[in-house]
Design a protein around this ligand. Structure first.
Ligand code: SF4
Ligand code: SF4
Length: 439
């Protein structure tokens, strides 16, 4: 099937363009947000209820059906959109500290152990939450660094619950003890995400820069699960491990994990040191094609992340199989969009800088100087990212731009222009002449 990707036989239904439009997707983004584990962070998808008893049916295509996931947003988001015409943030990744006990090679934050100057205080964080809930009640992914390094994390979690938001945690899991796992359950954390990049301790530890990290993460995962906290495994795919994706998937399945998210490297933060380890675009395509086929039988829910063209590939491969990408068959994979940075998702740094996602290396404002809600509403960059007609190059000409959009962070990192073509997509839209629409 990989050979079909990008060729004319695998092009989408003509109705696709009609269905999703050329400007904005005619999607229920409330539903979209239900399953989005966004990129630019150790994203976490969020099941309803806590901590146990989550029943996840399977869509016919395979994988845990995403129906039943709690959307972020709520009434405040609906009112905000009615008032402004702008979608509210449904999911916010919040780097509550940059301190970390590990030094992973691909880290977006390039985090180290120790205190970082200028981190938001608990009082500042509460004040930002007070402002956020004037426009949305999002899922908030507490990330880092290592968020469990922050001593007041449980106060932050409780305050988010109190204000109607849903906190989840992206962690390396090495600090999860019985006590921490019990606290996660007590403070109603529905799911954590944990990065596992290799199927063996030796390889994982070398990549993570710490001996014993693999065993500690696996122990933490088991403890979280024993306390009824859902677990998702994230795997960052590079030339170092792209042949081991199936093995890590199988490990996740053995551990009884809920979801498996493949991350493509975005060359920012410490990850820029791994630029030469980034997969060539053709290899990315193969991994994403593997994900499409493996999802048919895997009990885990997949969400390839930082790889928005997966949503193009789904449609091409389904088309080649004579199928339509419907919600019944494909669950909410049929409804979601590849890149939501600045659209229904954003990132808050440890010092309060706002970015479309953690990998998008541009600060659009700071919550110490301006309310979050004002930055979300008024930022020129956010507003440009929301207007798909501004996309340039292949992405601008592409019939999949409403469901994909290309990775804007990668475009920014490679070309300096966040509206330029996604550099790691092999697809050539029909009729595209190499000219740059939009420029
Ligand atoms: S050309 Fe751009 S919009 Fe089209 S599939 Fe590739 S990355 Fe997505
Ligand atoms: S720009 Fe979009 S696709 Fe790329 S890492 Fe950020 S949110 Fe993900």
């Amino acid at each position: 099937m990989a050979d079909n990707v990008g060729n004319s036989d695998a092009r989408p239904d003509p109705e696709l363009e009609g269905k999703f439009g050329s400007e904005r997707p005619a999607l229920d983004e409330q539903e979209m947000a239900e399953v989005m584990a966004p990129c630019g962070t150790e994203g976490v998808a969020v099941p309803v209820g806590h901590p146990a008893g989550v029943s996840m049916d399977r869509q016919r295509h395979g994988g845990a059906r995403s129906v039943g996931f709690r959307p972020g947003g709520g009434e405040a988001a609906i009112a905000y959109e009615e008032r402004t015409g702008i979608k509210a943030p449904r999911i916010i990744a919040w780097e509550i500290t940059r301190s970390c006990n590990l030094s992973c090679a691909h880290c977006r934050a390039a985090a180290e152990f120790g205190h970082y100057e200028g981190e938001l205080s608990l009082a500042e964080i509460k004040s930002v939450i007070d402002d956020i809930v004037t426009i949305s009640n999002p899922i908030v992914i507490l990330t880092g660094g290592e968020p469990l390094m922050r001593p007041d994390i449980w106060e932050i979690v409780d305050y988010l619950h109190e204000k109607g938001c849903m906190p989840v945690i992206g962690t390396n899991a090495t600090l999860i003890t019985e006590d921490i796992a019990a606290k996660m359950a007590e403070h109603r954390i529905p799911r954590i995400s944990v990065s596992i990049d290799f199927p063996t301790a030796e390889e994982h530890d070398a990549f993570r820069g710490q001996e014993g990290a693999f065993d500690a993460s696996i122990a933490g995962i088991k403890m979280a699960k024993a306390h009824g906290v859902g677990v998702q495994i994230n795997m960052t795919v590079t030339t170092l491990n792209h042949t081991k994706v199936a093995d890590v998937h199988d490990l996740a399945e053995e551990l009884g994990i809920d979801a498996f998210h493949i991350f493509m490297l975005v060359p920012t933060g410490r990850g820029s040191d791994l630029l030469d380890k980034e997969l060539p675009p053709e290899e990315y395509e193969k991994v994403l094609t593997w994900a499409y086929h493996r999802q048919k039988t895997s009990p885990l829910h997949f969400k390839p992340t930082d790889s928005p063209h997966y949503y193009r590939i789904i449609r091409q491969l389904a088309k080649a199989e004579g199928k339509k990408v419907t919600r019944e068959e494909y669950g909410l994979d049929a409804m979601t969009r590849g890149c939501l940075g600045g659209i229904t998702f954003c990132f808050i740094s440890h010092t309060g800088d706002i970015q479309p996602c953690g990998y998008f290396d541009m600060q659009l404002g700071n919550v110490k100087e301006q309310p979050f809600s004002q930055i979300w509403t008024e930022s020129k960059v956010f507003n440009e990212l929301r207007d798909y007609s501004l996309l340039k190059g292949k992405c601008g000409a592409c019939e999949y731009k409403a469901v994909c959009g290309g990775c804007r962070a990668r475009a920014l990192a490679v070309t300096g222009d966040y509206l330029a073509s996604e550099p790691y997509c092999i697809y050539e839209p029909p009729g595209w002449t190499g000219e740059n629409p939009g420029e």
